[in-house]
Ligand binder design. Structure first.
Ligand SMILES: C[C@H](N)C(=O)N[C@@H](Cc1c[nH]cn1)C(=O)O
Ligand SMILES: [Zn+2]
Ligand SMILES: [Zn+2]
Length: 477
């Protein structure tokens, strides 16, 4: 049940509906793609815009430079991290809020129905379409909307807030761990718990609270041979072809039903307990939720618990793409001289990127040796992140459960997320504080896909959820 302050706050969010949607439209219009050097200046632009918004709301905030990185052979300045603070009352709890203002790449030609960097609102369905609307600009702005509503009402914020907002999450959070380590006894002092809104409900109607994430280990596998692309009529059957080698290796990594074939990987996975299995059996979820989100009927199993475990508690290996391969329409008869296969594994307890790197490297080198090819193979381990699992028996989770009941009128499911947010474990380990994931969007939001959207109702009610959660945090012992 909402108390009087919470009711006033919720009414103010309803009153602000148009202006906070405009705030999201402005954020989506900045194409802050972190993984493409050509867009890097927009990630900086996004950091400047957010910094100004935070300061405009009365927070103290600064940009922390992270140095440089090498991306696709080019040296590039890393986007800064925003560290901000609102309130420092020793009588109040301090919640650290993390989010990311970078996004995945998006081009209209990928198959979007609308311009990806324009927030297009369908008044009939309430869907707000645009890259970053759900992942993760909507949720970040949710926190700002909460602060604004309190100021407008002259209502005291129930907790002190610290903000840590990064611009490299979609590209491995380069430099962030080091910054957190360096600031742990400075900026991060006094943090009581952490809240991250950067994942999704399990389905489209029922909210959830998340206490686990998979980790990631991302690889680029380069095979090169000829000094230049060749005519397949002249050189086909004459040379070892890089693409043929690459297909031979990539086809041995995983089966079409998702079984990882790299020896030793399965042995790293913590065994399933009966008690854990039961949790998946009773989770409020149907295959229609997944089918709705994928727009297909293509699950690898018809068993609900197996599908859920495939996403939450087992590793997976996905093939993402091949750079350098002929991919345009038409029928070019070319032998590409150099191709780079991209794949990643999602990691679960007790896997670490280091252990996985060892096994992947050995397997790929062994398989390449079996081909007897005269080409050259180079395997690069790109970004990695460990899996994370938190204890939900904590006041941070209690507050989130109460707030969810107030906003949505149901007890939320307790879930583990299939995606990765590498910094989560860093916060848990370095600050030694409880971390909670409190999602705003739905499973069918299409994060990383075409036509990413956030429903108006999720944005508005999700903003209320973040605010009421802070009130409930203040009320817990
Ligand atoms: C769950 C979160 N919103 C997210 O999308 N995380 C990304 C992180 C990542 C890692 N490599 C590239 N991006 C994800 O899980 O893919
Ligand atoms: Zn993402
Ligand atoms: Zn995200």
């Amino acid at each position: 049940m909402a108390n009087a302050d919470q009711k006033k706050f919720m009414a103010q969010i309803d009153a602000n509906k148009d202006s906070i949607i405009q705030r999201l439209a402005k954020a989506v219009a900045i194409p802050s793609v972190s993984g493409d050097a050509a867009y890097r200046k927009h990630v900086f632009e996004m950091a400047d815009w957010l910094l100004a918004e935070l300061k405009g709301l009365g927070a103290t905030a600064e940009l922390k430079p992270l140095g440089k990185q090498v991306l696709d052979g080019k040296e590039l300045e890393l986007p800064p991290v925003i560290l901000g603070e609102l309130g420092n009352d020793p009588a109040k709890k301090t919640i650290l809020v993390y989010g990311h203002f970078d996004v995945q790449p998006a081009l209209k030609s990928d198959g979007w129905d609308t311009e990806p960097f324009e927030l297009v609102i369908d008044e009939k369905t309430g869907r707000m379409c645009g890259r970053g609307s759900s992942d993760d600009k909507g949720p970040i702005l949710g926190w700002l909307n909460v602060v604004e509503a309190h100021t407008q009402l002259g209502l005291e914020m129930p907790v002190n807030l610290k903000f840590c907002l990064e611009g490299m999450e979609e590209s491995g959070s380069v430099g962030l761990d080091e910054l957190i380590e360096a600031e742990k006894d400075k900026f991060f002092t006094g943090v009581d718990a952490v809240c991250i809104s950067d994942n999704y409900w399990l389905g489209t109607t029922k909210p959830c609270i998340t206490h686990g994430l998979r980790g990631i280990a991302y690889y680029k596998l380069q095979i090169s041979g000829p000094a230049r692309d060749l005519h397949s009529g002249v050189f086909g059957g004459v040379v070892h072809e890089p693409m043929t080698d690459l297909f031979a290796i990539m086809s041995k990594l995983v089966t079409p039903t998702g079984e990882i074939l790299i020896p030793g990987i399965k042995d790293l996975v913590a065994p399933l307990t009966d008690e854990e299995k039961q949790r998946y059996d009773v989770m409020d979820f149907t295959l229609d939720d997944i089918n709705g989100a994928t727009g297909s009927n293509s699950t690898v199993s018809e068993d609900k618990a197996k599908v859920l475990m495939g996403r939450m508690r087992y590793p997976s290996l996905s093939l993402h793409g091949i750079e350098g391969a002929f991919s345009e329409p038409g029928t070019k008869t070319v032998i590409p001289a150099k191709v780079i296969g991209k794949f990643s594994l999602r990691l679960v307890p007790d896997m670490t990127p280091e252990k996985v790197n060892e096994l992947v490297t050995k397997f790929i080198n062994d398989e390449f040796a079996k081909l007897g090819s005269k080409n050259t193979l180079t395997l690069t381990a790109e970004h990695g992140g460990k899996p994370w699992l938190a204890d939900p028996n904590h006041w941070n989770y209690e507050a989130a459960i109460k707030a969810t009941e107030t906003i949505y009128g149901v007890k939320p499911d307790l879930t583990r997320e299939g995606g990765s947010i590498p910094v989560t474990l860093t916060f848990a380990d370095t600050l030694n504080k409880n971390v909670l994931l409190l999602p705003m969007g739905r499973s069918d939001d299409g994060a990383h896909s075409i036509n990413e959207k956030l429903d108006v109702s999720n944005y508005i009610e999700g903003t209320k959820l973040l605010g009421v959660y802070l009130h409930e945090v203040a009320a817990t012992k």
